[in-house]
Ligand binder design. Structure first.
Ligand code: GLV
Ligand code: MN
Ligand code: MN
Length: 429
């Protein structure tokens, strides 16, 4: 199939990304946009506006995934999808996730503008809450879509205000009569989705360091998240003698160092562990900490090695709790398998890269993405563009308009191949 000539402006997408960044709970350049907050709803409104302006049909599901659809000539064909997320962790930047949404809209808009009529429907999705900030659970929209989220489990989650997921969803105008109905309303299968692509910044330094324009992602590393709570009895910081204390924050400190030691002991640079969230209570200078609630992130390209680290980390938490006479609660929030990219979407991306004469390499994604779950229902692949110094999850995250333009162009041409041209006689996926 001859690939269409497209008119894509990286500068326009860049400007739209910076406009989206203004919907933030922290002043720019920092971006903080948490699930179902007012700024998340403002961002959603802007995304829907861009979808409409690109000539896409907008729809939303019960968990708040937002779709922009370009109809295909064969309405029975499984759709070809792209997309990413627009939520942002506290003090993040303007490009993580958002590029795949705004860039996806630009890709579909560019195809439509040149009169390209896909055989299979093309759709761009803004997934609900890829980031775990509000409920501790990552990728809730894409998990629900893939059927990888149990209602019984989701019902146990609460945000810092004690709200349930369903309450938060309803507050934002989504949700359903029950959690199960909400999850069912977001569910899709292989029959609905023929292939999926996600455009994202690399979030690592390799492409920039090697002077390459594009990364083709062959696999996504396996992530896990744990919640760990140490509880002691607290007491007066002056009057409570040292040998009588069971200080929860000292248990947490010892535990965080143990996580680092266990990860480093694997000897593999592919294994990473982070204790990124601490809440100490009562958090007063003259009070012995009574409670320390931590969240731990462990990842590896090798799922067995990751599982070994998780088991050791949990065992070490128990040992420390016993030695320091504190109580311990642990919960495995998520422990997901890795994802391998599908052949057809990877080949479509590679063909687009070759057609455009870009430099590229194949690589593994160490960050997780909604594609981790899309890969459970459809052949999926990702395309990365460089980001400055590999910075991500920080306010100075940056991708240039030129790199953005190349990424969107690759995405659009790969989507066109996967969806097929309605005018072509024979289409092979
Ligand atoms: C996604 O934001 C991740 O933490 O990998
Ligand atoms: Mn992120
Ligand atoms: Mn992301």
């Amino acid at each position: 199939m001859p690939l269409p000539q497209l008119d894509i402006s990286g500068q326009l997408v860049f400007d739209q990304l910076l406009h989206l960044a203004t919907f933030s709970d922290d002043p720019n350049p920092a971006v903080t946009r948490i699930l179902f907050t007012d700024q998340d709803l403002n961002a959603r409104a802007y995304v829907k506006q861009l979808m409409t302006e690109a000539g896409l049909i907008v729809r939303e599901d019960t968990i708040g995934n937002v779709y922009g659809v370009l109809e295909g000539s064969d309405p029975t064909a499984p759709a070809v999808g792209t997309g990413s997320h627009c939520d942002a962790i506290p003090l993040a930047g303007a490009f993580d996730g958002t590029l795949g949404v705004i860039g996806g809209i630009a890709a579909l808009g560019a195809l439509r503008d040149v009169g390209f009529r896909p055989r299979a429907p093309l759709e761009v999705v803004m997934f609900t809450s890829e980031e775990p900030t509000r409920f501790g659970l990552s990728c809730s929209g894409s998990r629900a879509m893939a059927g990888a989220l149990e209602g019984d489990y989701l019902a146990t989650l609460r945000d810092v205000n004690g709200s349930s997921y369903l309450e938060a969803a309803r507050g934002a105008g989504y949700g359903a009569a029950s959690l199960d109905a909400m999850l069912a309303g977001a569910r899709r299968t292989r029959a609905d989705l023929g292939a999926f692509l996600e455009l994202h910044i690399e979030q690592g330094p390799a492409l920039e360091a090697e002077g390459l324009q594009v990364g083709l992602v062959t696999a996504i590393a396996a992530p896990a998240a744990l919640a760990v709570r140490f509880s002691g009895d607290g007491g007066h910081a002056g009057a409570h003698l040292m040998h009588l204390r069971n200080d929860a924050s000292l248990a947490a400190a010892e535990f965080a160092l143990a996580v680092e030691r266990i990860v480093l002991a694997t000897g593999s640079e592919d294994t990473v562990g982070t204790v990124g969230r601490w809440e100490v209570s009562p958090n007063a200078v003259n009070s012995v900490p009574r409670e320390a609630a931590l969240e731990v992130d462990v990842r590896d390209v090798d799922a067995d090695r990751r599982d070994g680290v998780v088991a050791e980390v949990l065992a070490e938490a128990a040992r420390i709790a016993e030695a320091r006479r504190v109580r311990l609660e642990t919960r495995v929030v998520s422990q997901d398998p890795p994802a391998a990219s599908g052949e057809a979407p990877l080949a479509a991306l590679a063909a687009a890269v070759e057609h455009l004469g870009l430099t590229s390499r194949r690589m593994v994604s160490r960050a997780y993405h909604d594609s981790l779950f899309m890969a459970q229902i459809a052949p999926t692949a990702m395309v990365f563009i460089p980001c400055r110094h590999g910075y991500s999850h920080r306010p100075d995250e940056y991708a240039s308009p030129e790199d953005i333009e190349r990424g969107v162009h690759v995405l659009a041409l790969a989507l066109a191949q996967l969806a097929g041209d309605a005018g072509a006689e024979h289409v092979e996926l």
